[in-house]
Design a protein around this ligand. Structure first.
Ligand SMILES: [Zn+2]
Ligand SMILES: [Zn+2]
Length: 379
């Protein structure tokens, strides 16, 4: 008997402790996932490499489970098996997968499709967010609940489909921010998701878009892709890194570029200084919208309450994706938005450690992994 029958290639983060490191990240052959009644089995064609995956692999983020685990949560592929209760999907369907499976029955899910990311029984594929975790997609196959599956319209590539989830995250950030037509938007931090926010703001009818980022590579790409203004903080402040003392200098610079105050400022970077800069910009004007979008750590920033009173800002936030945002993002992709334009590096699954190394570098945007490169390499 062939010992490799029912086995698949996967990049496995070995278990034992919640905080893993690069030594625990190994390529190997493991048992194929089995479909439960409501699941589909998908042969993975493309999977985005998210910063969250990098944090888990390098020990910067604890996983809620001690078991061996497969990360990777931005996949697309083709259905090769369906559970007995699956009616709407069939073998051969091209699909994108959302990493968040919701129950559809709890009080949050019953509020509607815009609230599924609040699900009290949520499961996450690839391991970020809810405590219940199942294997992700840096593997040749993944089994997922049918509610996590979205058909890929004709003419849309597996790469664009794999980036449905980050596109939905960016769409939801702008939607929660209530960006109006023609409004000037500042995006602080334009790594993968921030760049999608900036590009989507233009696509969805925003006015001028200003991108602030510390990477010259990212800024040159932003200019190439039609972003109106790019700002590297060190060129404005003369310092390698900006702190609270530099917020006003950068704010003044942005207002000079626009000739007015911005209408919306979205923090999509992560460090508390980026949130501080967003607050400063918003509190420096009148009636400016701000969104706390990138930070996930538990830092506090001081707020001048008098300024807050007179500035009348409208502060929102956004995390994860809902079913509604995924459906809306697919419509935007159908109308010609191409998230794959931000893909700068592509790797086969057996080159996964090269992919990890690339994600650690500043001169890149989206990194993609191809678990079945004989079928689809995206190149
Ligand atoms: Zn992600
Ligand atoms: Zn639920």
């Amino acid at each position: 008997m062939n010992p490799n029958a029912n086995k698949m290639k996967a990049a496995v983060l070995k278990g034992g402790s919640q905080v893993r490191n690069l030594r625990d990240f190994v390529l190997g052959k493991i048992s194929m996932p089995r479909v439960q009644k409501g699941d589909v089995l998908v042969q993975v064609y493309a999977c985005g490499f998210c910063q969250t995956d990098y944090k888990a692999i390098t020990g910067k983020r604890a996983l809620p489970i001690l078991d061996d685990h497969i990360v990777g949560h931005e996949p697309s592929g083709v259905i090769v098996d369906v559970g007995e209760k699956v009616k709407d999907f069939h073998v051969g369907d091209r699909v994108a997968i959302s990493p968040l499976a919701y129950c559809g029955e709890c009080s949050q899910c019953r509020r509607g499709s815009a609230f599924t990311h609040y699900c009290q029984n949520a499961i996450v594929y690839g391991g970020d967010g809810p405590p219940k975790v199942q294997n992700g997609a840096f593997a040749q196959y993944i089994a997922v609940d049918q509610k996590s599956v979205y058909p890929i319209p004709d003419g849309i590539s597996f790469e664009d489909a794999a980036l449905l989830e980050p596109t939905a995250g960016a769409w939801k950030g702008l939607h929660n921010s209530e960006m109006g037509k023609g409004e000037d938007v500042v995006v602080i931090g334009a790594g993968g998701i921030g760049m999608l926010v900036a590009l989507l703001a233009k696509k969805l009818g925003g006015g001028r878009v200003v991108v602030i980022d510390i990477s010259q590579y990212v800024l040159s790409k932003a200019s190439e892709w039609g972003i109106d203004h790019v700002v590297q903080p060190s060129e404005v402040t003369g310092k390698a890194a900006y702190t609270a003392r530099d917020y006003q200098i950068i704010t003044d610079h942005v207002c000079r570029l626009l000739g007015k105050q911005p209408d919306l400022v979205i923090e999509s970077a992560g460090p508390p200084e980026a949130v501080g800069l967003m607050w400063n910009m918003v509190l420096s004007g009148r009636g400016i919208k701000g969104n706390v979008f990138g930070i996930t750590t538990h830092e506090e920033i001081p707020v001048d309450c008098g300024k807050l009173h007179f500035a009348e800002p409208k502060i929102t936030s956004s995390f994860n994706v809902s079913r509604y945002s995924l459906e809306q993002a697919m419509k935007v992709i159908e109308k010609g938005f191409r998230p794959s334009q931000i893909v700068t590096h592509r790797y086969r699954l057996d080159q996964i450690h090269d992919a990890v190394e690339m994600v650690s570098q500043p001169d890149r945007l989206k990194v993609m992994v191809y678990p079945n490169p004989d079928l689809y390499s995206g190149m």
